[in-house]
Design a protein around this ligand. Structure first.
Ligand code: ASP
Length: 321
């Protein structure tokens, strides 16, 4: 009994000493999508800002595939030492309903660090796509159905969720084309290889403003300041179609509490970093408040979003294995 207590006390003091020195080398931040998409952009801006208070570089690593579940699993299986963390979005909450054999349980496999951002989706198409207005787009899809191609970043991605909800709301089916992220989708959309997608404003403000893609609507309550000409789905007559995409930062389960606190406090400072705030504003992405950039707030959000999406996804009836 005494020996067990001594070993436990020793383990605790080793953990404390390890946490006190943290971080003494670079940290890897896994993005579960390809480079050049919205999650990648959010991760890179957040990593740069967090590095300032942590005093170590945060290196972004893209581990794309299977709608974000490959990268999430990689972090769930990583050593819980604070040197491998994850940025993931709403897909963390929708994957349990979408994947019959999800290899991790979002609420159990991670230590939440805090919320990062919120952004609306924009419904966009290649620049020469025939429909001119949102109303034309709905009529066109209803008439042409499967001959319209809709790109998404894999089952579990926000672009997949948005497309699934959009099709069930308007009562029409398009042909879906899976990619590893909205970075490559944007390249193909600008290159006119695919017809349309739904993508976070984070990734679309630039291409819409430069007329590289055509924008039909944004899924927020208000228009975005940096996209003043893009109508909301409510203004365009589809008030039931709303979708906000939130991102959070996670560490593997059992990461020491002291390290979770250091990461969370760096995240809170990052959300007030002037460069990050300026960039987020340009790309219509709302940074988390200090209160939201905390483990408790992310845990509550994830828990409520899992409950919220489960029946909606099951009703829409689209699953992966
Ligand atoms: N977040 C995007 C999506 O869910 C993917 C990406 O970031 O590339 O569709």
């Amino acid at each position: 009994m005494k020996l067990t207590l001594t070993i436990a006390a020793l383990a605790l003091s080793v953990t404390r000493a390890f946490a006190a020195d943290y971080p003494d080398r670079s940290i890897f931040m896994v993005v579960p999508y390809a480079a050049g998409g919205p999650t990648d952009t959010i991760a890179r801006l957040t990593a740069d800002a967090m590095s300032k208070s942590l005093g170590q570089q945060i290196v972004v690593e893209n581990a794309a595939g299977a709608g974000g579940t490959i990268g999430a699993r990689r972090v769930a299986d990583a050593d819980p030492d604070g040197y491998t963390i994850l940025v993931h979005h709403i897909g963390m909450a929708t994957a349990p309903a979408l994947y019959r054999q999800l290899p991790y349980r979002p609420l159990e496999a991670f230590e939440p660090i805090g919320l990062v951002s919120d952004a609306a989706m924009t419904i966009i198409a290649r620049s020469d796509f025939e429909p001119e207005t949102f109303e034309d787009l709905l009529a066109f899809i209803r008439q042409k159905g499967a001959s319209v191609s809709y790109a998404h970043a894999g089952i579990g991605a926000a672009s997949h969720l948005c497309g699934t909800l959009f099709m069930s709301t308007i009562g029409a089916k398009m042909t879906t084309v899976p990619y590893k992220g909205n970075g490559p989708i944007m390249t193909d959309l600008i290159g006119k290889q695919v017809d349309m997608t739904c993508d976070q404003a984070t990734n679309t403000v630039g291409p819409i403003t430069q007329d590289q893609v055509k924008a039909y609507a944004i899924t927020s309550e208000q228009r975005a300041k940096t996209l003043p000409h893009v109508r909301t789905t409510t203004e365009a007559g589809l008030s039931t179609f709303k979708l906000g995409v939130w991102h959070g930062v996670y560490a593997p389960k059992d990461t020491p509490k002291e390290i979770v606190e250091k990461l969370s406090s760096a995240l809170q400072s990052a959300m007030e970093d002037a460069t990050l705030k300026q960039r987020f504003a340009q790309i219509a992405t709302i940074p988390a408040t200090r209160e939201q950039a905390t483990p408790g707030a992310l845990h509550t959000k994830l828990d409520s979003e899992i409950r919220r999406w489960d029946p909606i996804i099951k009703a829409a009836g689209e699953f992966a294995d």
